[in-house]
Design a binder for this molecule. Structure first.
Ligand code: DQA
Length: 142
């Protein structure tokens, strides 16, 4: 069974409440529940963790070393400036997929840069919650 860690970064706990036009009206809890079901259908053991704190996300990435087969991560705003999360992803050398609910390339200029994507296998953005489902399909094929 593939062991996959799904990380949600800052403010993603407010999904379904904040900027519904951008991020949708489903809560993170709803999305996570559907993802857990989908993962079990794929035969993936999925652990999901959300934090608003950079260090907690980094600790989780480190913990994945030697235990998980892949990481799916939506680093939220950390995407655009956290060299520390980027270094943590590079350190554990696990295949990672970066996911964004919104299409960051259609939004403000500061969102066009991802410092984390270069250390990931790839990035999925603009498909709302379906990006996470696609990421699970992809890591299942790695
Ligand atoms: C986001 C995009 C980021 O720019 C933003 O800071 C987020 C959410 C997304 O899922 O579209 O918090 O990662």
């Amino acid at each position: 069974m593939k062991q996959v860690l799904l990380l949600h970064g800052p403010n993603l706990n407010m999904t379904g409440i904040r900027e519904k036009g951008v991020y949708g009206s489903e809560t993170l809890e709803d999305i996570n529940r559907e993802l857990m079901e989908y993962a079990s259908k794929l035969g993936i053991a999925l652990e999901i963790f959300q934090s608003n704190h950079e260090g907690e996300l980094i600790d989780k990435i480190h913990e994945a070393y030697g235990k998980k087969d892949a990481i799916v991560i939506n680093p939220g705003a950390f995407t655009h400036y956290s060299y520390a999360i980027r270094d943590a992803l590079a350190a554990v050398q696990l295949p990672a997929v970066e996911v964004h609910l919104s299409n960051i390339h259609q939004r403000e200029e500061f969102r066009h840069t991802s410092v984390t994507a270069p250390v990931c296998k790839g990035q999925i953005c603009g498909f709302g919650k379906w990006g996470y489902f696609a990421a699970l399909d992809l890591v299942n094929r790695l």
